[in-house]
Design a protein around this ligand. Sequence first.
Ligand SMILES: Nc1ncnc2c1ncn2[C@@H]1O[C@H](COP(=O)(O)OP(=O)(O)OP(=O)(O)O)[C@@H](O)[C@H]1O
Length: 895
Amino acid sequence: MPDVRTSVVESVRVLLARARASARQRQEVTKADLAAAQARLDRVRQAAAARPARAAAERDARLAELDARHAATLADLAHRADLAGGTRAPGAAGDPWRGWHPTPAARGEPPDLLRVGEVRIPAAARGPSGHPRPGPDHYHTAPALVPLLDRGHVALVDNVQAGGDAVVAGLLLRALGRTTHGQIDITGYDPERLGGGLAGFAPLAPAGLLTFVGPGGLTGLLDGLVDHIRRINETVLAGDHASLAEMAARTGRRPEPWRVAVLLGGDEPSRHERAQLDRILRTGAACGVHLIVRGIAVAEHRDVQVIRVDGRRAEVSGCGSLPVYLDDAPPAELVTATCRAIADRVSVGPAPAVFANLLPDRFWTEHSASGLTAPVGDSPEGRPVDVTLADYPPHALIAGPSGTGKTNLVYAWMGALAARYSPEELAFYLLDFKEGVSFARFAPGRRDPSWLPHVRLVGVNVNTDREFGLALLRFLGRELRRRADAAKEHEVTKLSELRHEDPDGHWPRIVAVIDEFQVLLTGRDTLAQEAATLLEDLARRGRSQGIHLILASQDVSGIEALWGRPALVAQFTLRIALPKARRILHEANLAAETLPRHHAVVNADSGAPDANRVVRVPAASDRRVWSDLQHRLWQDRPPRLGPPRLFDGDAVPRLAQAPDFGELAPGTAEPVALLGESIDVQAHSARLPLTRSPGRNLAVLGTRVDEACAVLAAAARSLARQHADGDARFSVACLDPDAAATAASLRADLPADTGWYDAEGLAALLPSVEPDGVHPHYIILFAADAAAARLAVKEGARTGHEHLRRILNTGPERRTHVLGWWRGVNRLRDDLGGLGSRTDAIGAWVALDVQGADLSGFYPQQGGPAWYPRPWRALFFDRARHRTPEVVIPYGLGG
Ligand SMILES: Nc1ncnc2c1ncn2[C@@H]1O[C@H](COP(=O)(O)OP(=O)(O)OP(=O)(O)O)[C@@H](O)[C@H]1O
């Protein structure tokens, strides 16, 4: 007999080993077996009691020993079962209702099992006779868990209403608490109590998370679920994954919600309904479709847990014959409060897509010869939505009212592209006409020295500097010609062919992004006209040369600016509409109207309704999210790639940092005065060559002292850099005390023999200037007009003005140049001899706060140039070189 007992315990051990080996999944079965072993043991004991008395002592001793071992094993098993239960039903899946709160499973983590009560395992306690005696105070407990989400279905068989209600409510609440808000769709079919059975969950209904189906609706409900299963199998799992759970574990993405249908009684299902029920029970779990059925008999299936409820007690099929004591129903207020909180969260919007999902496993593996393809977000089913720029579609228009996420979408798209294509394959040129610095993050900054290696140019705060937009278009136009010429040379027409013919050439695809591009095209001036013409040319011919434009705009006006040019618009076949964007899609295409927040409609067919693809756009604006990616790419940048050119319209450039200044050296045959920074792509300086020809003088015009001083000082400093000591003569006259500090600091930087004059000194200097044609002499006049009274006085036979005019007229040919500042155009005219006098001695001028019309006397075209003065900008015109004047930014004073 002891052998039998030993074997009983042994078999329990085996059961335990199996249970552990199968990841404790079948622990409930083990418990059942254990209970059976317990029963067998009792029977053995009874049999043993009938044995002759002389065996009793020995028997008792052995029994006692067995009992002790058995009790220890049982306690150990029960303890482990309890622990295992805690692991398999963590947090909201198993916590007691007191203090319960949702604890959604992490991304990719399975929601696992749900607790319905506790299993009671009788302990091997001893009665007064010394025999073991199971009793209510002598049992071990372990959680009774049932598989639902991703695992199966639950069928309740009960007579007593209250117990079953508690199980349904408990299961639903725990399921809601274990999943991310809004990831479960519940459908209630409760024909007898018309939804009363799920009343506490009603707050989920307005958020669309709970739907009630009326008494006649069972067929439709089951048909709908079967359809979901079919669709998910066909299009979501698509043969790549066995189940949504496996897909989530492997990819971290779960594109479909769980669908739980709660069927609470009703008439006997029809044959069709029963067939559909069976289909769902067989195939639903893999697709996240689950049933909680009560009062409807369902076929036995391994995915179905049957709970036979009898008041507080129940038998749960997974727990064998061990009794289960059901938990109380969750408190009504806990149910409603939880549901309300979930509904509130969901109403705010769907769970956002994730930026990391746009990035490939391995960076820089794609080739751009035939185009650029990258996702901008997920489809509502969770699949990446790829967007292509290639021969077709070549260019994109993005539209959406302010704050709908255009910039964010551009970031997401750029991130996805930059991670796929190396800087050899892709180059970005970025321009933001909005106030603010949204693209500045791509260039090195004070806080973060990294940059996005693909970016060659960033223009920020350019809202008043439309010239910079024009400069970018001109630059791209030149690049287009360069590519077209290279293609011609290789006897091909397209970038893909050129790359094939010239595999060693550097021909990345160029993507130029212009945010708020309409700023460039507004204003019916020559600038807008030239910009539109350039844009049209780029749009038309850029497609085959790998130059792609992405234009973004807030409102209709931007699009309208283009609309006047149908040929231009037609090239932008890729349209991206953010919520409530207007006129970007086809007229009959209203998809953007109903788009939720952080979504976009991507349409690669000029907005035709059939080509709509809805995209959930991830948050890519967050600096941390972005800088992680940027740093990775920056670390791997090709060594030859320097930082991008950053043009910041709010920044004041420095002469000392100007590339053109750095290149100046003594010995230049033809000295050049640098006047300020040109508004162009390469940060060149505006140059005034001081050749030996008539008119090579400079007049700076206007009342703004700092800017005038800045221009003159830059000119003088740059000239000084081109002459060895003693090679050239500098004379500085400062006639306005406000300019004294600048003039003095300039003088300190010029050769030691630089002359320094006031009005009196200037009057004495001018008659003595006799150009020798060998040594250059630069006469720098700060506020020349302030000396007018003194220069009007004769010095010998001539007035100071006459000497000045002599120098202006004849000096340049003999290497003597006047670089002067006059505080008004008329004052310059007066110094030149008054109205009607010749102005050609002033071959170049820089206008500050001077109206264009006032410059007409110094400008070849009637009416003067179009110039509306603005702070720290100047208009530079050189008769010898300019057709139209150029806007320059004076270099900052002080270094
Ligand atoms: N898909 C998204 N997910 C999360 N947050 C987003 C998303 N798109 C935009 N946002 C956030 O919304 C705000 C506005 O976005 P964004 O600046 O991109 O809009 P915009 O259309 O460019 O606006 P504006 O035209 O005024 O510049 C930002 O704070 C951004 O972080």
